[in-house]
Design a protein around this ligand. Structure first.
Ligand SMILES: [Zn+2]
Length: 163
């Protein structure tokens, strides 16, 4: 038994760049700072088949949330729904508070909460753009060999009809 070659084989697994802290992929499978927005995909708390596309626009802090089929989120009325809050929480985990606050152009006091400073109006942004970016992200995603179910790939079968 050659211990060196075994170690090499173990190391040959493709590595994914780790976020600042481990993320809850099942709840927020996709988050990015792009197109002048913090945007991403948030799974529904009640319905496993449904996802929300949520975003906060940099500068204006306009809030948007709808399902991947462009149905408006019923919980978004003038203040952020829980999907946008979850997205913001995950963005802070993924990128760190400083980077998210800088991108959105918001001042967060020392020890403060990002969402306390976000007071934008509701503005519907089309979910399709963000959702197709999410699907592309999945297509390029390289994952290590694992027998565990993959939270991100879980969304593939349900969304195949979108293409
Ligand atoms: Zn929502």
């Amino acid at each position: 038994m050659d211990a060196d070659s075994t170690a090499w084989e173990r190391r040959s697994v493709v590595r994914v760049v780790p976020p600042v802290e481990p993320r809850k992929l099942a709840k927020v499978p996709f988050v990015e700072l792009a197109d002048g927005r913090l945007q991403g995909v948030v799974s529904s708390g009640s319905d496993i088949e449904r996802v929300y596309v949520s975003s906060i626009t940099a500068g204006t802090h306009a809030l948007s949330c709808s399902t991947n089929n462009n149905r408006p989120c019923g919980a978004l009325h003038g203040y952020a729904c829980k999907h946008i809050r979850m997205l913001a929480d995950e963005a802070v985990v993924q990128y760190g508070l400083d980077r998210v606050a800088r991108y959105l152009r918001v001042e967060v006091p020392e020890g403060g909460n990002l969402m306390h400073e976000i007071t934008g109006h509701v503005e519907r942004t089309p979910a399709a753009v963000v959702f197709s970016r999410f699907l592309r992200h999945l297509a390029y995603l390289e994952v290590p060999d694992s027998t565990e179910p993959l939270a991100e790939l879980h969304w593939f079968p349900a969304t195949g009809a979108v293409r």
